[in-house]
Design a protein around this ligand. Structure first.
Ligand SMILES: Cc1ncc(COP(=O)(O)O)c(C=O)c1O
Length: 400
């Protein structure tokens, strides 16, 4: 099918929930993508921080196809070797002692919310079920996670929302301290607010939160759905600091494009979700678990994450040059590793569209922030191409 045929078919039959760009990608390899007509694109977005190892990484694709010919699914009524091995590896690479698998970021957060409430009920007292989340946060689109999300736009039309969430400004430990009551069971926060506009907290914020949560006996839940799996230069962003969370959620890049989510916790907390307390048909099935295992083993064996800080710094330096060249268009730049946001003084949607015309995929976040989250395997030469295209686009915007 050609692109026009794909657009028309989708418009006829797919629910109109997405505002799609007129682009149908049919093939990918590393940081390159191709549309139905064979035009090549440079991927500066990685499917929104998902394809961290690039598209169709040979080791991941081989593992998926081998497993696809062996066994796809059996359900969690039975033991699953790749799931157990994946859980072991996730625990060895993090603070965690047990893992619950699901299929997406929202489901991982849903599981974390449920676990925190059970912990509250059984350990803190029946009434202690409230969860503090941050303004501008994003935790997903299920009813619980959109309620947890600190952005009005995802809630519109979905009232009544769930009971039990309190919102405070991000990067403000005192605000959390004031909001904690004897009804609170957890604080849930992203290490870097992704959808909110790539917002980083000031150094010491997470140490402060950790101390506060420990003192007040409430759980610290880190939503690492977007920041995890090497995106910020560590496997999980909390590893930039000395703290450990009580619960951590992961998804997006965990399967490099194969849907899988995970909730990680220490035994002391995970013991509160005993048999029958939570479940999902597909979570951690043989195929998904095999894909994620191949992702983590490849990251480890090829030392992918070791290069992220340097590549991120190179990209940020190039963006700062653009900021100097285009002070009328480019505002503050924020980033950690290869998760970068650039506040624009011109509508970000127009810049994203213009980049697409020049065959570069980038995204937007927050109010007017350009988001760049390329595959972590991007080379310096490709970063230079990305910067060159962005420079051409900004030149055009200035002329128009
Ligand atoms: C921090 C964070 N949490 C949760 C989610 C929801 O993940 P999913 O879309 O896989 O449900 C996202 C998605 O963008 C996210 O960025």
């Amino acid at each position: 099918m050609n692109s026009d045929e794909i657009f028309a078919l989708g418009e006829n039959y797919i629910a109109p929930t997405y505002n799609r760009f007129p682009l149908a990608l049919v093939k990918g390899d590393g940081v390159k993508l191709w549309d139905a007509e064979g035009n090549e694109y440079l991927d500066g977005l990685a499917g929104i921080a998902v394809c961290n190892l690039g598209h169709c990484h040979p080791r991941v694709s081989a593992a998926i196809s081998e497993q696809a010919n062996r066994l796809l699914h059996v359900s969690n009524l039975y033991h699953i070797e790749p799931q157990a091995r994946l859980a072991e590896l996730l625990c060895k690479l993090s603070f965690a002692e047990k893992v619950f698998f699901c299929n997406s970021g929202a489901e991982a957060n849903e599981a974390a919310i449920k676990l925190a409430r059970r912990y509250g009920h059984t350990v803190l007292g029946k009434e202690s079920t409230r969860i503090i989340t941050m303004q501008r946060s994003f935790h997903g689109r299920t009813m619980a996670t959109l309620t947890a999300t600190g952005q009005q736009k995802v809630k519109t039309g979905y009232q009544p929302l769930l009971e039990g969430f309190d919102y405070v400004p991000f990067d403000d430990v005192n605000a959390v301290a004031e909001a904690i009551t004897d009804k609170t069971c957890a604080v849930m926060v992203e290490p870097v607010q992704g959808e909110g506009g790539v917002i980083l907290p000031t150094p010491g914020y997470f140490e402060g939160l950790r101390k506060l949560c420990s003192e007040r006996k409430v759980l610290l839940i880190l939503d690492e759905v977007q920041t995890g799996i090497g995106r910020t230069g560590k496997l999980f962003a909390y590893q930039h600091s000395a703290i450990i969370p009580d619960i951590l959620t992961s998804a997006k890049a965990l399967g490099n494009g194969f849907p899988i989510g995970a909730m990680l916790a220490v035994d002391r907390i995970m013991c509160h979700c005993g048999p029958g307390s939570h479940a999902t048909t597909f979570g951690g099935n043989p195929l998904a678990a095999t894909a994620a295992l191949a992702v983590l083993e490849t990251m480890r064996d090829e030392k992918i994450i070791d290069q992220v800080a340097e590549k991120g710094a190179f990209l940020e330096a190039g963006l700062k040059d653009l900021q100097v060249k285009f002070p009328d268009l480019v505002g503050p730049i924020r980033g950690l590793g290869l998760m970068i946001g650039i506040d624009l003084k011109t509508p970000v949607a127009e810049v994203v569209k213009a980049c697409l015309k020049r065959r570069l995929l980038v995204g937007s976040a927050g109010d007017n922030t350009l988001r760049i989250t390329p595959p972590l395997i991007i080379e310096k030469a490709e970063i230079e191409t990305l910067l060159q295209i962005l420079s051409e686009v900004l030149t055009d915007v200035r002329k128009s």
